[in-house]
Design a protein around this ligand. Structure first.
Ligand code: HEM
Ligand code: HEM
Length: 184
């Protein structure tokens, strides 16, 4: 169980697995799209599906366990802002794997998990190099959500990290140390 003095190993482990993979995938996603680095696409998709598994575990854990109680004396505004940001982060981590999967699968590009086919590609018989959309509308919705979601998440993560550092450096409370596994 999470308490004000100590977070459970499950909360800490899931937080850092998801956090590191999210930051990595956001960076790789933007890099590969801007530079048309198609060799990175299968890696991005595989790690994107993998993080989806951890995200589901994390959401189940949050629903079962509730949100961790505050580690310090936060003002009402800090509590509100951190709640909004935590919801944006959790919802963002759920929507990114789903929208990415939807855009790739419905766009006809297929999805594989480290070489294991999860959704077959749909090549155009007239031009097998090109993919034929399975459902162009769903692919487009996935693309828009993935692009927008990525940008919203970058803003939310920036606020989140600034907040964590503010607690550590200015307030000198146990918020960050607790998320690193310490008893505060
Ligand atoms: C938490 C997981 C994920 C994160 C944080 C993430 C993040 C991103 C970001 C930031 C971009 C660049 C978008 C842009 O600049 O408009 C991107 C592109 C892309 N993502 Fe993801 N992604 C995730 C999961 C997935 C999954 C599961 C798939 C597919 C199964 C996927 C497929 C793609 C593809 C194909 C692109 C390139 C789109 C294009 O070239 O138009 N992503 N991703
Ligand atoms: C270097 C980057 C990061 C640092 C230093 C950091 C730090 C922290 C800290 C100190 C807390 C505890 C806040 C509290 O007690 O109220 C926390 C909670 C949380 N963080 Fe992060 N975080 C980082 C990256 C991320 C990322 C990338 C995500 C997701 C995209 C994320 C999602 C969350 C969520 C949802 C919570 C609420 C508690 C939970 O569900 O585990 N964090 N983070």
């Amino acid at each position: 169980m999470d308490t004000a003095r100590k977070l459970s190993p499950t909360t800490v482990t899931l937080h850092w697995i998801v956090a590191i993979m999210m930051i990595g995938l956001l960076g790789v996603g933007i890099y590969m799209e801007e530079n048309e680095a198609f060799a990175l696409y299968p890696w991005h998709k595989s790690f994107g599906v993998l993080i989806g598994v951890f995200v589901v575990l994390r959401v189940v854990w949050r629903i079962k366990n509730g949100w961790p109680p505050a580690a310090g004396d936060y003002t009402i505004w800090e509590k509100l802002l951190s709640k909004i940001v935590h919801y944006l982060l959790i919802i963002g981590t759920v929507l990114m794997p789903i929208s990415g999967f939807m855009m790739s699968a419905m766009g006809g590009h297929g999805v594989a998990f480290f070489g294991i086919e999860l959704f077959a590609p749909n090549p155009d018989p007239a031009n097998p190099q090109e993919a034929l959309p399975v459902n162009a509308t769903l692919a487009q919705v996935g693309h828009v959500v993935h692009g927008l979601g990525g940008n919203i998440l970058i803003g939310a993560i920036a606020l989140h990290v600034i907040g964590a550092l503010k607690h550590h450096i200015i307030d000198r409370d146990g918020t960050l140390r607790r998320m690193l596994g310490a008893t505060v």
